[in-house]
Design a protein around this ligand. Sequence first.
Ligand SMILES: [Fe+2]
Ligand SMILES: [Fe+2]
Length: 354
Amino acid sequence: MSAIEALDNPDQVLQRAKTENLISPRFYTTDYAAMDRLDISAVRAEWDAMLAEYEGDNNHDHFKRDENFAAEIRTLEPALQKEFLDFLVTSITSEFSGCVLYNEIRKKVDNPDIKKLMTYLTRDESRHAGFINQSLKDYGLAVDLQKLKATKAYTFFKPKYIFYATYLSEKIGYARYITIFRQLEKHPELRFHPIFRWFERWCNDEFRHGESFALIMRANPHLLRGMNLLWVRFFLLAVYATMFVRDHTRPMLHRAMGLEPDDFDYRVFEITSEISRQVFPLTLDTDAPAFRAGLDRLVRARVRFDAGRERGGLRGRLQQAGAAVTGAVTFVRLFLHPVKRHDLPAQIRVAPVW
Ligand SMILES: [Fe+2]
Ligand SMILES: [Fe+2]
């Protein structure tokens, strides 16, 4: 049921990276003046400790390929290769999306705390994007990042939405990479590409990026109260649902690593929810059978939507419209599903122990 398209040349890759749909990674702009006014003094001690970690830069030598890298690249069967390349392209798009956003904020604010943080975040994300691009280059498919920056559509998000969305994407990024890394640590024979060897130290960067946004939100607690909790709920669901649908439309990638997409995704949700208790006073009940049934329905709606597009004509369009309605109604029902509530811990930061 794979709905992704094959990538054969750099132009197609650029097109894929520019694709705008509900589940593709986006580029953002925001209100830089509001970013400039942020005050993190309520979390000063934890903030300074975190900045010292960035400054220590324990990954400065990590994103270089070692001498064994090229030798470990295997010939993959075409369907798996297609999904793997799609994985690399969506990954580089979201790494680079972070890089562009953080760099813009860095340039446009004077607030020393935020400027410093954004400098480190830009440094890390540009390393990550560059490292993935080297692997795409092996297949003759490197993404022209400058062209992507100049031509991809940008979505405006208020700072608070940036915080909810980037916090979650950093933490879920950590949870995904560490789950893959742990699985391949147990089953090295399933490591079908050397890039996965880099994931452990890589995801510690993402974890720390998430910590930064957790501190910003906890320093501004109005972001985590009242009506804003509806936004927290919305972003949690949007991020979880997007990942679930995307992973279930490229199931071979996970199966090749010995991971069923369901098991993988629910493990990632479990880790992300556990971490996000540092900042969000609610988590989604991803174990509830009704919630899980809703996610499955979203995947089926997506598959029907893509089939309608492929079919074309009036019937194809009707099928697409029907699937879009099912998807939207299902999303609303998932949004209304009861959540779990809890108090926020006094100590904000958590360690990447998964
Ligand atoms: Fe990254
Ligand atoms: Fe990151």
